[in-house]
Each structure stands twice: as C-alpha cells, then as structure tokens.
Design a protein around this ligand. Structure first.
Ligand code: AMP
Ligand code: ZN
Length: 495
C-alpha cells in the first residue's frame, strides 16, 4: 500500500491562511509548479534556500509514494527591472553591458543554476520549460483573455484590466490586499503610461526600437509580460487546475496574484488548489538580494572566501543549516549558526554510520516504531523539517546510549532504525554523507573500474565483443577511458 494512504499530510495553504489536509485532484498523482529563476546572474544563497525548500517538499511527496510532476520554469524573457511594466529587460540589460547575445546570458546562468542546485543535491524537476520556448502559447492565452473581455490593447501593448476582473472576481485574495489598498500604495502616475489604471498589468508589451528581445504578435513586435509565462506553462503541463503552486514569499504579490487573475480570466477556473510560499534568507537582518549586493554566493560558502565566513562549509552542511529552520520562517545567515550546524550534521552522520555495528539484545529500551511515526508526524505537519531533525536527534542520543552500553536494541529494531534513518536523512532531507573522505572514494572507484576491466577481458576471451565494447563505451561516457597496452589495461579519468 502506498505510504500516502497511511499518513495524513497537512499543508499550509497561503490562500486560506490555514493548514489543510492535502487531497490531490487525481488520487496518487500530484501536479506541482514552482517559479524558477530569472537567469541574468549567478544564483545567491537566498535563491537556493527557496529551491531547497521545494526540493524537500518534492522529495517528501515522492517518498509518500505520490507520482509527482514537478514543473519549474526558467525565466529567460519578459522580467523587467523592478518587477514593473516599464524599464529594461534584466537579461537584455546584462547582454548589453557585456556585449554578448541575450541567449548567451541565459545559457551561462542556467548552467550555473543547475550546477549549484546539483551541489546541494536538489533533484531536477520533471519539466523545466522556458518563457522564450512558449511565446506562441502566450500569444494564444492573451487572445483568449482579450476575447473574454478582461484585457485591452493600447498602442501595440495589451494590458490586463484589473478593475473589470475585480467586479465579479477577487483580485487580491492571495495577498490579502484590496483594490483600495493598491490604489493608495501605487506610486505610478497614470499619465506616464498607456494603462487605464496603474494597477493593470502587461500581458504583451510593444518593444521599443532598442529592445532586442522581441517576437511578432497580432498587436506589435514585442514581448510577453512577466506574469504570463507561469500561467501558460503551468496550464500546458499540469492542466487548467492543478494541485500545488510554490515560490518565494516575495512573489505572492503581484506575481502570483496576477497568475490567479490570468488563469481565472482565461479558463473561468481557479487554477491552483494549494499555494505554498517559502520564506526568505536574510543576511545581517536584511533580505539577501541580487540588486542590493547583500548576498552570499554558494561558492563563497564552499570555499570560505567571504568576509562573513571564518572557513568553508560543505553543500550538505549549508543544506542542513537551512533545513533546521521551517520553510515558512525567516532564516538569518551567520557564521556562528553554520558552525553549529556543522557540529550537528557530523553528529548525525556519525550516529548513522555507527548504527550497523550496534550490539543487539533481546529487548529494546526505546520504541523505534513510535519514533518512526513521530518522524512522519513532523513532516506531515506542513513539512516541519526542524521538528524532524530534532526527532532524528532523539535516535542519535539512543544510538550513543546503545554504543556505550546504557541502552539496548533488538535486531529487528536495529534494522528498522537503519532504514528509517536512511529514508529521512538521505531520501527526504536530501543530505549527502560528505564525511566520507576523497581517499575512500578513490579506493572505491579504482576497485570498481578494476572489476569492470576484468569482466571486459573475460568477455573478450569469450569473443563476446558486444559486452566488452559496452563496458568500454559506457565507462567512456562517464569520463573513464580505458587504454589497452602490453602490461594490460589501464584507466584514466578525464577532466
Ligand atoms: P528570481 O531569480 O529573483 O526570480 O528569484 C528566484 C527565487 O528565489 C524566487 O522564488 C524568489 O522568491 C527567491 N528568492 C529571492 N531572494 C530570496 C531570499 N533572500 N531568500 C529566499 N528566497 C529568495
Ligand atoms: Zn512564476
């Protein structure tokens, strides 16, 4: 039986402001969309926190046995400076400053994003669509919203009519704002824009002559508004209504509010059942951000090359530090906190490694099955990783007790303890045991390749060239090259 049938998962839905029992639209299947990065510079540790938070959620949903389709986009067009409807496109600006093609900017920072998340052991999403790859679909959605009367065209640009929409829908229901608040807080002057009202937002913008990222459309040569891509790509890959939509807390308004409006305007349906928002990583009490320079890059954490750090920390220690806070709480970054996390991480890994060799007895002095359920209870309570980690440390204490002869464990409980620790530490929290040394790893690698060289030699002796070639080619594909010589076969590692 799938685990999700035995566990009752609750998640905090930002739109209701309550923890709700999770029920997917199609039993056993989950559609989840998370807003991805705008790829115009290296991701900072704050961005990583949000993607690690959703990786934890993705991992736990998968662990429960759900089939999850996780879509996370790459914003490679349409995101203007200051998140507004005017100003330069962030990617085009970077391209202009560096005198390279916008797509070179996109490629460079997409690769950086992937490499960084891989270091943190994040699982890749199921689909990673780009805004520029979905211009045709975005134009079609704009046509639909125009036909339904919720948008208007002015001078080659198309704007969403927030006031018209708000007459029989609720614009502001996610962020808890009212149109009146929005009017009071708007700094934009109506006279400076083509919009009927400053609260309206762009679905399509006519490109100024110097704007190089442009596509033909029925209204003008231009580009889509930033909010539109997420509506279009989530609908295309997850349907008009899907289960979970996530992103950083700072995207709630206007980005996600606009997504709801676009979805409801084009399909007449509420697009998302559960809205999940991850909270911010701060540095010296201020939000980490690209624009202010108040940020730390992941590589600086790994090397220790930053004035805020006394030394380098492994990606798993940094990940552990982030998971020690609830994804909905603000987390302040500090060297002291990282040093404490490193100690905790090492204790957890030591305990895990010691479990296999624990002596067994005829009775247990700790109920492993009850403890296991408490691990699930923590995660079932809106993915409460700090409570999960505290619960894992109850087992750490017990393991030390057994090792020192103060506690007892049966063989059956020891096996349950090992598999549960393995499930939660590695599968759910996504930590890696980095305390295994490079020497250990290279010994294991040589042993494995030597075995494959031997099997290949046997295959050749048996004239089974298909197998011998397969071994050589597949090793080559992972960067291990075999060289046959008089002394036998040796291997070299590429790169
Ligand atoms: P961006 O590339 O600016 O669109 O940001 C990518 C993701 O990182 C979004 O989900 C943001 O909400 C999130 N983000 C940005 N700054 C922080 C921060 N300081 N802490 C946590 N998440 C952040
Ligand atoms: Zn988005």
């Amino acid at each position: 039986m799938a685990l999700y049938k035995e566990q009752s998962l609750k998640l905090y839905n930002s739109i209701s402001g309550e923890k709700e029992i999770f029920k997917p639209i199609n039993e056993g299947h989950i559609g989840m969309y998370v807003c991805g990065p705008t790829v115009y510079s290296n991701v900072h540790l704050g961005n990583c926190r949000t993607f690690i938070s959703f990786d934890l959620i993705f991992r736990y949903l998968k662990h429960l046995g759900y089939k999850v389709r996780y879509v996370r986009n790459i914003t490679d067009a349409g995101h203007l400076e200051n998140d507004a409807d005017s100003g330069e496109d962030r990617i085009a600006k970077k391209a202009r400053l560096e005198q390279i093609e916008p797509m070179e900017v996109v490629q460079r920072y997409t690769v950086d994003f992937h490499n960084t998340l891989q270091k943190f052991n994040n699982l890749p999403p199921s689909i990673e669509p780009t805004a520029t790859g979905h211009i045709v679909e975005q134009i079609e959605t704009i046509k639909t919203i125009l036909e339904k009367g919720f948008a208007y065209e002015v001078n080659g640009s198309v704007y969403f009519d927030v006031f018209k929409f708000n007459k029989d829908h609720n614009y502001g229901k996610l962020s808890g704002r009212t149109i009146e608040d929005m009017i009071a807080n708007t700094r934009e002057l109506a006279a400076q824009s083509d919009k009927k009202n400053p609260q309206d937002f762009a679905l399509w913008k006519k490109a100024e002559p110097q704007h190089i990222m442009r596509w033909p459309s029925p209204w003008s040569d231009g580009f889509p508004g930033w909010h539109l891509e997420c509506t279009v790509m989530s609908t295309k890959y997850l349907g008009e209504q899907f289960d979970i939509h996530g992103g950083g807390m700072d995207l709630k308004f206007p980005h996600h509010e606009c997504e709801i409006a676009q979805g409801e305007a084009s399909t007449g349906k509420n697009p998302v059942n559960y809205w999940l928002h991850a909270n911010m990583l701060t540095l010296n009490g201020q939000k980490m951000a690209k624009s202010t320079g108040n940020n730390i890059l992941p590589n600086e954490i790994f090397t220790g090359e930053n004035d805020n750090l006394s030394k380098g920390f492994s990606p798993s220690v940094a990940r552990f530090f982030m998971l020690q806070a609830n994804y909905r709480s603000i987390l302040d970054f500090s060297n002291t906190a990282l040093l404490a996390s490193e100690k905790g991480f090492n204790r957890l890994m030591d305990a895990y490694r010691n479990t296999a060799a624990l002596p067994v007895s005829s009775t247990s002095t700790f109920s492993v099955s009850e403890w296991k359920q408490r691990c699930y209870d923590a995660m079932n309570d809106d993915f409460n990783s700090p409570i999960l980690i505290a619960t894992l440390f109850e087992a750490v204490k017990f393991i030390v007790g057994v090792k020192e002869g103060n506690e007892q464990i049966t063989l059956e409980d020891k096996e349950l303890l090992q598999t549960t620790l393995n499930d939660f530490i590695f599968d759910v929290l996504g930590l890696l045991d980095t305390t295994v040394t490079n020497q250990d790893n290279s010994d294991k690698l040589s042993g494995t390749v030597e075995l494959l060289i031997k099997l290949r030699a046997e295959a050749r002796n048996n004239k089974d060239f298909a197998t011998s070639d397969q071994i050589r080619d597949q090793l080559m594909a992972v960067g291990i090259q075999l060289k046959d010589g008089k002394e036998g076969t040796v291997f070299t590692l590429e790169g």
